[in-house]
Design a protein around this ligand. Structure first.
Ligand code: SF4
Length: 665
């Protein structure tokens, strides 16, 4: 967050001096973007060590289910490993590659530069590293040294070390990126005296240098200095040490730690570590605003009585924040594409880059799917870092701005739009279109709640825009609106020609206990369970499954209520009709015993038709109970004694068959 606004600084002068360089540094912000982007794509993510020395960032990541692991062996299956800005040793990187682990290297480019320097020294060259040998960045650097690396933490330690060294050797000195610049300069002076052949690469990161020198300048003219950051952050502690040399300096992690006694009626300086996110800084400023406004209430009353119309601290803060959001457009040419960024030429001395999250509204696309080297792009400027010569740009937001206009037009004209579903999110679908993420709520995605949303993933859908809210960055689409229109047309056509007895080819839509709903062309008709089969079924699924194409006919219809009932089973399949056509009294047939009662046994004549063999007709002798003579599943010869079509009854006899046998015998 930059407090460059002159008016803002003028108004604050005498109360709060905010360093120009605050908030997340380039390296940490870049690493955070990479992790958040992966999490957004629904990937399981783990970082090798905490991503930032900041508990707020780490707890936010933990809420997004990003895990922190301390070594590669702790990595769970199907998890993308992110190497944080601190970097890692060459060996660990090789281990990751050899194991075929999916990974993203978020090593800060400034740290990677140190890796290149220490890995390309001549043979025998002494590598001296200014820094904390236990800090992960230094551990990583040591793991890239071509020759053995020697770490020293300050001037005093270096002095003792060099006293025992062969200073005739060739040497190379680098520093941890967050090393204190003044200390580095003292050390290089000493090394120049000791070594005849020594090369220095000042690898103290420019971001760190700037923060340290601003802290020194501000603390010299302040009564109290606030350093916002995590006590575990090396660069934050250095800023505190620098501030402490000149004034009372407090290290605060969040607004909650600020006490009115720390800042009241004093000239306050403020800076932050490189892992302190903007929202924490904003909270701290608000808290300071509350305290300072309370303290100066009496003065404000006096001022307003004198006709002065001063802006409140909060108003000035708001104004400052608004200024940061002001964006400009640039036309740029794509120069280089990496997995996480696209570098562009913006025709100025700064390098422009588009983080992958700012490339497209579809988080699943790869940079090379979106742009090619040489492409000319219209881009929105998000952030300018003069210090690093970097300009952060967005293609996505530029397109989004144009896209919103298109969406508003489509909304007004009710134009049907087509797009591919790229995400299923809680509550609906996402369809990226014209740089805008169109949200289609579940209730608007299909016409039936039984439809499965996942089936639409990566499929093209046609929808209509039903809401555009530029302020909330919200565009809502509806597939249902289109389907309802199509359905309405089909329904009108259906009712023009519908009549009882008319046959239709229909699709089974849903199955219920009491029957099936069948789409007969834009309208769902009810097929009662009793109309499905001539035989007894316990559920429509005994005969159909959803999606079956079947032939039905209209049994009844009501154009008023727009309800139709359907028939499916056919007369020619009625088993009693088959009995009528194929059997007559006296016929001898084979039947299967299917059940018993006290007065006889039931025998299956045909599927759907069972006849009764009365107990007196089972044998030519007295039978106590049918089971004494017959058993379930047994096939017996019977003679048809009587057919009652009206009451659907059939009377059978085993005894008569035996009599006949006797006669014929
Ligand atoms: S402090 Fe500098 S070197 Fe370290 S991560 Fe931030 S930008 Fe990179």
């Amino acid at each position: 967050m930059l407090a460059k606004n002159l008016k803002w600084r003028k108004q604050l002068s005498g109360k709060v001096i905010i360093a120009n360089t605050t908030g997340l540094c380039f390296g940490v912000e870049r690493a955070l973007e990479i992790v958040l982007n992966l999490a957004k794509q629904g990937k399981k993510v783990a970082t090798l060590g905490p991503l930032a020395h900041n508990s707020f960032i780490n707890s936010e990541l933990s809420q997004k289910n990003v895990k922190i692991i301390s070594c590669v062996s702790e990595l769970k299956k199907n998890t993308v490993l992110v190497v944080r800005a601190h970097g890692i040793s060459k060996n660990i990187m090789e281990e990751i590659k050899n194991l075929g682990i999916e990974y993203e290297d978020a090593t800060c480019p400034f740290v990677a530069k140190i890796h290149r320097v220490v890995s390309s020294v001549p043979k025998g060259c002494v590598i001296l590293i200014a820094g904390n040998k236990f800090h992960p960045e230094v551990v990583g650097i040591l793991g890239h040294c071509k020759n053995e690396g020697i770490v020293f933490k300050n001037y005093e330690e270096l002095k003792k070390l060099t006293a025992k060294m062969d200073t005739n050797l060739e040497a190379m000195a680098v520093a941890q990126t967050t090393f204190c610049l003044n200390e580095w300069l003292r050390c290089t002076d000493l090394l120049k005296e000791k070594f005849k052949r020594i090369k220095f690469v000042n690898t103290v990161c420019a971001e760190t240098q700037k923060r340290q020198s601003e802290t020194e300048q501000i603390s010299k003219i302040s009564d109290v200095m606030l350093v916002i950051g995590d006590p575990g952050s090396s660069n934050t502690l250095k800023l505190k040490n620098i501030g402490s040399k000149y004034c009372k300096t407090y290290l605060v992690e969040s607004a909650r730690q600020i006490r009115s006694g720390q800042i009241t009626r004093k000239k306050i300086g403020l800076t932050t570590g490189t892992s302190t996110p903007d929202n924490i800084i904003e909270e701290v400023l608000r808290r300071m605003s509350e305290i300072l406004n309370n303290e100066s209430e009496d003065e404000e009353i006096a001022s307003s009585q004198n006709g002065e119309d001063e802006q409140s601290f909060s108003e000035m803060l708001e104004e400052s924040l608004k200024e940061l959001n002001t964006s400009k457009h640039v036309r740029a040419t794509v120069e280089k594409i990496t997995p996480n960024e696209v570098y562009v030429n913006i025709g100025r001395k700064q390098t422009g880059f588009i983080p992958i999250s700012e490339l497209s509204s579809d988080p699943s696309v790869k940079p090379e799917d979106v742009v090619r080297v040489g492409d000319e792009l219209d881009l929105l400027v998000l952030k300018v870092n003069d210090q690093e010569g970097m300009v952060m740009l967005s293609k996505r937001r530029m397109e989004q701005s144009k896209g919103f206009k298109e969406m508003a037009k489509a909304f007004e004209n009710k134009t049907p739009l087509k797009g591919i579903v790229t995400e299923i999110v809680k509550g609906g679908l996402i369809v990226p279109l014209e740089g805008v993420r169109v949200f289609v709520p579940n209730s608007q995605a299909t016409t039936s709640k039984d439809d499965v949303l996942e089936d639409l993933l990566q499929k093209e859908i046609t929808f209509r825009i039903i809401e555009v809210d530029r302020a909330k960055n919200k565009v809502v689409g509806s597939v249902k609106s289109i389907l309802n229109d199509e359905r309405k047309k089909l329904q009108e056509k259906f009712w023009e020609t519908a009549e009882i007895g008319k046959k239709y080819k229909g699709t089974v839509k849903t199955l219920k206990e009491y029957g099936a709903f069948v789409d007969v062309g834009g309208i769902d008709g009810m097929l009662h369970i009793s109309e499905i089969s001539w035989t007894r079924i316990s559920h429509p699924s005994d005969v159909f499954k959803v999606g079956d194409e079947i032939e039905v006919y209209i049994k009844n219809l009501n154009p008023e209520t727009k309800k139709i009932s359907l028939g499916y089973k056919k007369d020619e399949d009625n088993p009693w009709e088959k009995i009528r056509n194929n059997y007559e009294v006296g016929d001898v047939i084979d039947v299967k015993i299917v059940g018993f009662t006290d007065f006889g046994a039931f025998a299956r004549v045909k599927e759907g038709v069972d006849g009764l063999i009365h107990i007196s007709q089972i044998a030519d002798y007295r039978v106590e109970i049918p089971q004494d003579v017959l058993e379930i599943g047994q096939v017996v010869k019977v003679a048809i004694r009587e057919i009652d079509f009206e009451n659907k009854r059939l009377s059978l006899s085993i005894k008569e068959v035996k009599d006949e046998d006797k006669l014929s015998g």
